[in-house]
Design a protein around this ligand. Structure first.
Ligand code: AMP
Length: 215
């Protein structure tokens, strides 16, 4: 199963991707996670990506496309994969089409986790992420609080607020999403791949809706 997950920053698509990975045993490919890991390692690509991420801007298409091309060439994707946070622009979506064509593959679904803008701002400002990159669990101070404040339920590591989850950066990321990424909804709709799921409500209910559309 090959899936693209679409949705604004804070729509919960990352959380849903992690759950889907467990259920369907296909890897989650998150370009945001790849950039954060590269930054932690201090690679030139990671440092370059940081200059854009900190401002809430998109990393240039050529960099992102190169990263995904490399990832899709790895041997662990026999059962499929879930793209989380890619594509984010029309050129990226077209590049993905080209990669799939070369690999002789098709996409099965483009799932849109649909959440209104005002809700996205409230959610992102309260988001907390596990510092342990092998875990990467996500919590929310109001909607999905950890049992112990500031500590990951899953692995006991410290939780932190991502640099790009400050209010000003959130507003910029939303602007960028509406301008550059929202056109992909139409792009995948025209290909009859779009599956729209309301992304408001309990995490498990949204997850059930997604499972339903995946059939
Ligand atoms: P995310 O974890 O998906 O919210 O991504 C965090 C940040 O990484 C974004 O705000 C962008 O700066 C950058 N990024 C992640 N994926 C992409 C992409 N497909 N295209 C451009 N920039 C990206």
């Amino acid at each position: 199963m090959r899936i693209v997950l679409l949705g604004g920053p804070g729509s919960g698509k990352g959380t849903q991707a992690k759950k889907l990975t467990e259920t369907y045993s296909v890897p989650q490919i998150s370009t945001g996670d790849i950039f954060r890991a590269a930054l932690k390692e201090g690679t030139p690509m990671g440092l370059k990506a940081k200059t854009y991420m900190d401002k809430g801007e998109l990393v240039p298409d050529d960099v992102v496309i190169g990263v995904v091309e490399e990832r899709l060439s790895k041997p662990d994707l026999g059962k499929g994969y879930m793209l989380d946070g890619f594509p984010r622009t029309l050129p990226q979506a077209q590049a993905l089409d080209g990669m799939l064509q070369r690999l002789g593959q098709n996409l099965d679904h483009a799932v849109l986790v649909d959440v209104p803008d005002e809700e996205l701002v409230a959610r992102l400002a309260g988001r907390r992420t596990c510092r342990n990159s092998d875990c990467g669990a996500m919590f929310h101070v109001m909607f999905n609080a950890p049992k112990k404040e500031g500590i990951c339920d899953k692995c006991g590591s410290e939780l932190y607020q991502r640099d790009d989850d400050s209010e000003a950066t959130i507003r910029e990321r939303l602007k960028v999403y509406n301008k550059q990424t929202a056109p992909l909804i139409d792009f995948y709709d025209k290909k009859t791949l779009l599956r729209r799921v309301a992304g408001v409500g309990p995490i498990d209910e949204i997850f059930n809706q997604i499972k339903k559309v995946l059939g």
